[in-house]
Write a protein that binds this ligand. Structure first.
Ligand code: 3Y8
Ligand code: NAP
Length: 251
């Protein structure tokens, strides 16, 4: 069977995979939710927008003759990952996730683990501080209950909403970020505390390294629990999986 892949993208690892697939003349399409105005251009054809839930994804897989799915979405894109497990089982299309390990605290790190965004909001019920809130745009409203803080926000696109807290600064930037840049950004804004998702990987890690250097506390949001699925951590492992699964007819 000639592979025809659907790559669910939106991460540094997805970008590396698209390069590998293109270099190996393996055909496929990379998919984005349409969260940002201009998703990065990949060396594969790309589609933007939701599929319409599990049923919509099943229809897409069948209509486009998709032979394999690689879920290379961000570890916090839990709904997409859950839908994909269900849709691939229903459509009997082999699925693998391209994931990265969570960050682990190193000696000197001052992390407070919280289970989710609401946990981070609860951890900010404390006297006013200067907070770097680098979790993007989609979950800002919850932090309105702690207006006492100054928030440094880093967003991919300029905010299209009135920000729900009076005291803030916005930096519009798309990662991957460097430790040197995040160090100077945090020093410039006199940041005292960092809120971060445990994204893992390299693209969002700069602020964690910078917080370590500045000996700042970090509120670390743990990842949502995802359903069991085959996992790989490098594009080479995906190539091996394609070589293997394209011969046996099983999943
Ligand atoms: C639309 C597609 C690549 C992918 C690059 C990675 C690294 C840079 C760091 C900080 C943290 C954050 C955010 C972040 C990073 C990579 C990766 C990563 C974090 C793009 C992209 C899309 C998105 C969506 C966006 C979310 C937001 C999250 C900003 C492309 C640039 C905070 C996650 O404005 C919005 O609505 C933004 C929404 C989902 C989380 C949120 O809740 O707001 N990513 N990010 C994808 C789509 O439409 O399907 O244009 O490249 C991709 C990347 N963002 O190819 O090199 O691999 O993680 N993305 C987090 O980790 O906390 C920024 O500022 O320190
Ligand atoms: P999510 O909450 O898990 O998904 C919500 C819905 O968005 C999905 O049910 C699906 O809609 C649509 N969707 C999500 N990812 C998609 C994709 N790659 N292609 C097509 N539709 C997609 O997802 P999210 O957290 O909003 O993340 C959206 C995108 O941003 C993903 O590509 C992810 O990799 C990227 N990203 C997210 C984060 C983050 O912090 N969440 C960080 C970096 C990058 P339908 O149900 O209609 O199919």
């Amino acid at each position: 069977m000639i592979p025809n892949l659907l790559v669910l993208g939106g991460t540094t690892e997805a970008t590396a995979l698209c390069r590998t697939l293109s270099d190996n003349a393996i055909s496929g399409v990379v998919s984005y939710a349409g969260r940002v105005e201009r998703p990065v251009q990949q060396p594969l054809p790309q589609r933007v927008g939701g599929f319409g839930g599990v049923a919509g994804l099943v229809r897409y897989l069948r209509a486009h003759g998709i032979t394999h799915v690689v879920d290379a979405t961000h570890p916090f894109a839990a709904q997409m990952s859950r839908n994909t497990v269900l849709a691939c089982a229903e459509a009997r299309v082999p699925l693998i996730a391209l994931t990265r390990a969570p960050w682990q605290a190193k000696s000197g790190d001052r992390w407070t683990h919280v289970p989710d965004i609401a946990g981070a909001v609860a951890a900010l019920a404390r006297p006013a501080a200067r907070v770097m809130l680098a979790i993007g745009r989609m979950h800002l409203n919850g932090f309105a209950s702690n207006p006492q803080h100054f928030y440094l926000l880093r967003l991919v696109d300029a905010p299209d909403i009135v920000l729900p807290f009076p005291n803030h600064a916005v930096v519009q930037a798309r990662g991957p970020f460097t430790t040197a840049d995040d160090l100077s950004l945090m020093q410039h804004h006199k940041i005292e505390l960092v809120v971060s998702k445990n994204a893992g990987g390299t693209g969002a890690a700069a602020k964690i390294a910078a917080a370590r250097t500045l000996e700042l506390p970090v509120i670390m949001i743990d990842r949502p629990v995802l359903p069991d699925r085959l996992q790989a951590h490098t594009p080479q492992e995906i190539l091996a999986w394609l070589g293997h699964s394209s011969t046996d007819l099983g999943v």
